[in-house]
Design a protein around this ligand. Structure first.
Ligand code: PHE
Length: 342
């Protein structure tokens, strides 16, 4: 057989190759492409081919080599595939255990808060996380350059007359709601908020809030107090008491900070409430007339209250989570503790 016939016959042989076992494929590889393999030796003989035929032979040889390599690969893959399907058809093999995921404690708490306010007739409102100064501050009665803006260290995206920023509270959603709807308004605004704070066990630069707004004729501070009392009793148990301390927010007047009786010691004083018997849970107040005016609502006709709470904080108090950072680390050992709370 001359070299050309050998190439032809090898090509034919390669086409018909088959193998039963991985070892056979390896043997084929060695026989054809190994150091002393048939194709390899053809390359050695190439030297003796007359110069004018070298080009044509070279091309044929390369094609042969590629065909052999491709075929061997194909056989290998077929073998691997057969091996895996053989394993999965073994019905006596134990199955793979898949762990079930759990809902995140922040989601569980958010749903619980929303559920309570839904029963009181509140609708859910949402808005953008990237906001402008007008909706986060100005329409909420924060005068320009007023030190109250420092209460909430802000991440700015761009500056200018109406800077773009990451919202520091979801009160911005309340402004957007007032702009587009007429009283009566009863909404809660759950969402993510951002503050430029150093991360520690008690503070994070990203957290979640639920804020609420109720505007109608003759809404009074007593309505606010009763609504909050109802909420905390649903959330923390029927014996929970509330206490309101005077506070300051630019968008409410009067403003208050609300404490609940410590749900661990029942108000006697323990290390969770630092011996005071009380735990702070939210800010609230009567909507400032300037805020109503800014959004086109007549303060002589309508009044309203607003409140806002951090979901992380509520969840911390409910389950005695001692470090805020745990919410963001996604350590399954932590998350699994909430399996039964769904
Ligand atoms: N927006 C306030 C905050 O982020 C919370 C709040 C809402 C206070 C409504 C009073 C009324 O801290």
């Amino acid at each position: 057989m001359n070299i050309s016939e050998r190439i032809e016959s090898l090509l034919q042989e390669i086409e018909d190759l088959h193998a039963q076992k991985a070892q056979e494929v390896e043997e084929l590889r060695v026989r054809l492409l190994g150091k002393k393999g048939e194709i390899t030796s053809l390359f050695d003989e190439f030297r003796n081919v007359p110069a004018e035929q070298k080009k044509a032979f070279g091309q044929k040889l390369n094609a042969l080599k590629n065909a052999a390599a491709a075929k061997i690969n194909e056989l290998k893959e077929a073998m691997e595939e057969a091996a895996t399907s053989a394993v999965s058809s073994d019905l006596t093999k134990p199955g793979d255990y898949r762990e079930l995921g759990t809902r995140h404690p922040i989601s569980i708490t958010r749903e619980e808060i929303i559920d309570i306010f839904k029963r009181l007739g509140y609708a859910i409102a949402t808005g953008p996380e990237i906001e402008d100064d007008y909706h986060v501050f100005e329409a909420l009665n924060f005068p320009p350059e007023h030190p109250a803006r420092d209460m909430q260290d802000t991440f700015f995206v761009s500056d200018g007359a109406n800077p773009v920023l990451l919202r520091t509270h979801t009160s911005s959603v309340q402004v957007r709601t007032m702009e587009r709807s007429k009283p009566p308004i009863r909404v809660i605004c759950p969402g993510r908020v951002f503050r430029n704070e150093a991360i520690s066990a008690r503070a994070h630069c990203i957290f979640h809030q639920v804020e609420g707004l109720y505007i109608d004729k003759n809404v009074s501070f007593a309505d606010l107090k009763q609504s909050i009392l109802l909420f905390v009793r649903e959330m923390f148990g029927p014996d929970t008491q509330i206490r309101m301390r005077p506070s300051y927010f630019p968008f409410t007047e009067p403003s208050t900070e609300v404490d609940i009786s410590c749900n661990i010691c029942g108000g006697k004083g323990c290390n969770i409430c630092k011996g005071t018997g009380w735990l702070e849970i939210m800010g609230a107040g009567m909507v400032d007339p300037n805020v109503l005016k800014a959004s086109g609502i007549d303060p002589n006709e309508y009044s309203g209250f607003a409140f806002g709470m951090g979901i992380e904080r509520i969840a911390m108090l409910k389950w005695q989570v001692r470090d805020l950072r745990l919410y963001f680390e996604n350590d399954v050992r932590f998350l699994k503790e909430f399996e039964t709370s769904i």
